[in-house]
Unconditional design. Structure first.
Length: 535
């Protein structure tokens, strides 16, 4: 393969990622121009696809935008950007209504929508579809729209190597297309990063391992500011059985009355919160972790035996079937669960128009950090965030000057240098590093953190030598991205000497007013530097 051979395409909107934000922004952008949608797998495959709980929106009669806002702020422990929360909960109802008008079917009860409830919500406000397969239902619905839209060109199995950026403006990206077995230079007026989060980096995660934070690394390498990386949300209940795969046991099951019990079959949540199993998920995750540690067990159990079998089999059909495959009939057997990494609250810093600090570069969904979740995301607010800020990214991008910007020559020359071929030895060594780093952050940068463990983790991470990225190949790039992300999570967790929301330090066990601020990261001449900000 000739490493100098690059084909070129031009587009109005370049959208990277095919989760809910990517699909939604692609469809909306197609009203205004030509769209190119890039995904590293297939368009049906994304973390959004696996979302179970649903979409929180204040549309039930007993609810209001104010109450939804209050619940979101209360979960966020003082670090939310209030403007972002306002925007999300108010415009969210319109976006959800828009989906319903377009024909998206959410589950209904006799009297209207069958609203669910999850931890931290004071009202039933969660719309769900196909029982607890909401992500699949919404993604399938939008995929059909994308596939029949002739303004959208899709590149599947295509890995973005770099954004074309001179640290002031973004001009598009360089992508390796598996289909064309070649590099493609995409020249775009607006670039929207919608690649999802990075919790698949943890060895114990509710996410697929492909959820590896690539978009955050792309943003960082392009000169974008990345913030709040210490806030990794752990889901309290992920299926946890020796030898079996981890999968999410939705919080919505606790919403319908599921009870947590320890190995002595005693309920324990009353020792931790008045809200019992429906306390915000940082509290439930920590309670479970504490039970496991105190009793020296690898899991606790979620018990549904007291619930109607018909409710379990209909509303949670998917979970019922997955557990049956693992030999458990959950209408009779308790489900072994433990917490696992679930959602990356931090990401590429944006304003409420989804704009980054780089001109023409936008980010939305889990890859972005607009500040709506603060230090702890309220359950089922993430799909809502995707819809609201995907639309806002496009609304802002259409206002950009239509004058074409030329990609600086040196960026193209640099792109030509990236080789697509790596030796087998190099690939093997990358895979070994990935396992090492996944276990390192899992063991030392988990639910409960302390200085000693965090320093151990930093030591492991720094044992990976930086590659000279003047002459590089795809594997070098992936390894450096992995190193940067694990470093940002760990170093931010070390810097934040307090416990707040999803970030808990054993050695600084309370919230501190000194830490009512955010940690921002930026790459300056090849070195990662941090600063603090109020927003
Ligand atoms: C769940 O169904 O428990 C996950 C929902 C979410 O993470 O928002």
């Amino acid at each position: 393969m000739n490493k100098k051979n690059i084909s070129e395409i031009k587009t109005d909107f370049l959208i990277i990622g095919s989760g809910l934000s990517g699909l939604y922004s692609a469809i909306y952008a197609s009203k205004f121009g030509k769209v190119t949608l890039i995904t590293k797998s297939s368009i049906q495959e994304s973390n959004s696809y696996w979302a179970q709980g649903g979409i929180a929106a204040a549309i039930n009669d007993d609810d209001s935008i104010e109450i939804h806002k209050k619940d979101t702020l209360s979960a966020g422990c003082g670090l939310n950007n209030e403007e972002a929360v306002n925007t999300m909960v108010s415009e969210g109802t319109e976006r959800v209504q828009g989906l319903i008008n377009q024909g998206m079917n959410f589950d209904r009860a006799e009297s209207g929508f069958d609203f669910g409830i999850e931890g931290g919500h004071s009202r039933r406000r969660i719309l769900h579809a196909l029982g607890n397969e909401t992500g699949k239902a919404v993604v399938d619905f939008l995929c059909k729209e994308v596939e029949k839209n002739n303004k959208i060109t899709i590149y599947e199995n295509s890995f973005v190597i770099d954004l074309f950026s001179d640290s002031k403006s973004c001009f598009g990206c360089l992508v390796f297309s598996d289909k064309e077995k070649n590099k493609i230079s995409i020249h775009s007026k607006a670039t929207i990063v919608a690649t999802g989060g990075g919790c698949g980096l943890y060895s114990q995660s509710s996410n697929p391992s492909s959820t590896s934070g690539d978009g955050i690394a792309l943003g960082l390498n392009a000169g974008a500011v990345v913030k709040d990386m210490e806030f990794i949300q752990f889901h309290p209940t992920v299926f946890s059985k020796e030898g079996a795969q981890n999968f999410l046991i939705s919080e919505a099951i606790r919403g319908e009355g599921g009870q947590l019990v320890n190995h002595s079959k005693s309920r324990f949540m009353e020792n931790y919160s008045k809200q019992l199993e429906l306390a915000p998920r940082d509290i439930v995750a920590r309670a479970i972790f504490n039970e496991m540690r105190t009793n020296g067990e690898k899991n606790v159990f979620l018990s549904l035996k007291h619930l109607k079998p018909s409710l379990i089999k209909n509303r949670f059909k998917n979970t019922f079937e997955l557990c049956l495959r693992e030999g458990l009939d959950i209408t009779k057997d308790d489900i072994p669960v433990s917490p696992a990494a679930h959602y990356m609250i931090g990401g590429i810093k944006t304003n409420i128009s989804s704009q980054t600090n780089i001109k023409n570069l936008y980010a939305c969904g889990e890859v972005a950090c607009v500040g709506a979740h603060g230090a702890n995301r309220l359950a089922s607010n993430s799909l809502l965030e995707c819809l609201v800020f995907a639309k806002r990214a496009i609304d802002s991008a259409v206002k950009l000057s239509k004058k074409e910007m030329k990609i600086p020559k040196d960026l193209i020359e640099r792109a030509k240098k990236c080789s697509l071929i790596s030796s087998d030895k190099k690939v093997e060594s990358y895979l070994n590093y990935r396992i090492l780093l996944s276990q390192t952050i899992n063991n030392y940068v988990g639910i409960l953190r302390n200085k000693k463990d965090l320093l151990l983790a930093l030591n492991e991470i720094s044992s990976i030598k930086r590659t000279n990225l003047d002459e590089f190949d795809l594997i070098d790039k992936r390894l450096m991205n992995l190193k940067s992300l694990t470093y940002l999570i760990t170093k931010s967790a070390l810097l934040r000497e307090e416990s707040r929301g999803a970030h808990i330090r054993e050695d600084f066990s309370s919230e501190s007013s000194k830490w009512h601020k955010h940690i921002n990261w930026k790459l300056n001449n090849g070195t990662l530097r941090f600063s603090y900000s109020k927003q």
